[in-house]
Structure formats: C-alpha cells, structure tokens
Ligand binder design. Sequence first.
Ligand code: MN
Length: 249
Amino acid sequence: MRILISNDDGIYSPGLVALATVAMRFGDVRIVAPDVEQSSMSQAITSSRPLLYRRTKIPGFEAYRVNGTPSDCVGLGAFDWGNVDLVLSGINLGSNLGNAIWHSGTLAAAKQAALLGLRGIAFSFPVEESNPDGETDFAPIMPWVEKALVLLLAHTDLRLVNVNLPLNPQGMRWTRQSCREYDGRVVKGKDPMGRTNYWYTVAPIREIDEGTDRWAVSEGFVSLTPLRVDLTDDGLLAEATARHALAAS
Ligand code: MN
C-alpha cells in the first residue's frame, strides 16, 4: 500500500514525522508537505502560479516540500508518485472539531484525497492545552493513531475520516460533527504603533452534544468521524422538490 503523508503545519512539524512513523507499519510511505505553515487554508489550491516540488531531508523518509497549500501537496504528491492508495494528514498541532472542519488545512488534505478518489484520514491533537510553548511529545498517542488506523483501514467503505485525539485516550468512539455552535470570533486590538487591528480566534463552546466529536474528546476518547464530500442536504432537496417541482413548471 502506498501512503502519502501531508499536513498543514508544514514540512518540519513534529506531528508529521510522528504520523509517518506510525504509517510505516502499514505500507510504503512518502511525505509531501507545505514548506511553511498553511493552517486554516482549507481546500485552497494554487492556480495562478507554478508550484515547486523539492526533495527535503527528513531522516528515515523520502520527503518533499511544496510552496503551496495542503491540497496542492496531495495533488502533486499523488501525481508524482502514482498509484497512491491512502493519504494521511497531520498529526495537527491543535484539534479540528465541529465547524473547524470548514477551515482546517489538515482536513483539506484528506478531502483532496477523497476528491482524487483516494482514501483520506486526518489526525489532530489538542497541543495548545497540553504544552502551549514547548515541544509536543507524540509518543503517548502514537499507539492510538495505530489502533485507529487498524480499525479504519479494515472498513473499506470509510473513504474520508476525521480523527481527533484527546490528551490521554481511554478508548475510541464513532462520532458526528458538532455543528450547533460556531467558535470563530473576531477580537479587536492595537498594534505597537497604536493602529487598530483584528485577530480571528476561537471562543470556548460550553454546550457539548453527546455523540459528537467535541463530546468524545472532552470525555477522553479518540473521536472517529466519517465524512462525505457531497454537501447536498437530501431532506431539504426532497422538501424543496415537493414544494416547487421545477421540472413540471
Ligand atoms: Mn495546523
């Protein structure tokens, strides 16, 4: 099995090597990642300039860096290597829960795999809470990344999955995306010259619905959320069609 590893934190992220190290037990691994951090870039692709695909030294791995987005990396990586079966993204330095899925570059790499007809799995870890300024130790969660991969790869119909790990996993749970609340917030501030500026940040969500990704991680479980590329709301489509049958008008 050919496994392409990417992320949105950049080619030198410790989470990337942690994920590639686990992935080696499942098949042939190649790393293709952005040359600088691309967090919150979502599914952007670079279409207005050419991209570079440069060999990079990461001990123990064949690795390449791209001056583009996570989606660019998956596209170029799959094109250059060929016959890729699986794309793994992460391990992201920070959770990707609920509506963060819309912004996440980590998820976008897995989604790009799904668009290309490949399997994509994204891994995220709440590093800010555990150690905001230091080097993250991925060793304690690497056995859980392996357990999640064993389970997910056995289900061949799971083509796109969002995996979030808690600080100290106690088990795994199938979950749905928590959508009821959005945590994106704008904060107004001043720069050192006294000019007004703005920061996009997140606010804590208090109400946590049972069965969601946010709930699982808050309870100490590894959250496994199967996703799909088709955003169509089937219920509303049926209702709208019944209310106003356009084909007959
Ligand atoms: Mn990131």
